[in-house]
Design a protein around this ligand. Sequence first.
Ligand code: GLN
Length: 304
Amino acid sequence: MELQPILDRIGAAMAGAADRGRVADYIPELARASTVPFGMAVVTADGRAHATGDARVPFSIQSVSKVFTLAIALGRLGDQLWTRVGREPSGLAFNSMIQLEHENGIPRNPFINAGALVVTDAILSGHAPREVLGEILRFLREAAGDDDIHINRAVAASEQATGHRNLALAHFMAAHGNLVNPPELTCGTYFHQCAIEMSCMQLARAGRFLIGGGATGPRLVSPARVRRINALMMTCGHYDGSGDFAFRVDLPGKSGVGGGILVIAPGRASIAVWSPGLNEQGNSKLGTEAVEWLAREAGWSVFG
Ligand SMILES: NC(=O)CC[C@H](N)C(=O)O
């Protein structure tokens, strides 16, 4: 099967798509983005790369960063992490507060904001935010095999200035004894990890360690952990849109409000797509359509 012609067709169709979704406007720096760009990159298990559109333009990875901090936290704490965060889909928006009160400050999963704050808090313990951000960047650069990955300070500052909801989630968890560090420090670190910028090509390469099954690239976590991270991406990676994404795409994925999605075809490929316009659940509209199309044409599915 030739991947490049499939990507070329997807790229051309997406460039001309009329309904492109709406950019996230609750973070002022992201509200300035245009819905025009579309990019996609695929790195297959044998290391070959294919791309279309704006696949080399850096964008704000936002919640896609949660996959990498989860991998770091599991490496650091192992299964102990699961005493502080659950493994169930939430069925609610990524920044919802309502469940947290019912469930005594234990977030449903590591990919909603509350859960990601716990994960960041866990890797922050005993370290300065700057050290932890350095570790996250090192992990990403090693995973991607590319040192040109940085934090956009303006995006981090913009989110910090308007991050009341995330601070509220963090304070609420602190009240339940589920936050070790001061909420301001945990949130500050989290805002900066979300403000990391990568291109589709860099993100697809960074996702190689999740392909499993002897794929090329650095082996950063154990095979058992690769399966578990993929399971969580499949069930929780798109918040209250997770079921719909699983139904349409058949593959694990993690979205971000910058319009990026990292998708894994286990044993076959790592895929990154970017288009800033979002759907109702805050997931890239054209990005979802593009990976749905690619998975169908390539015949990639976790269900055989
Ligand atoms: N879904 C997302 O990408 C959310 C990330 C964003 N930084 C926030 O905390 O609101």
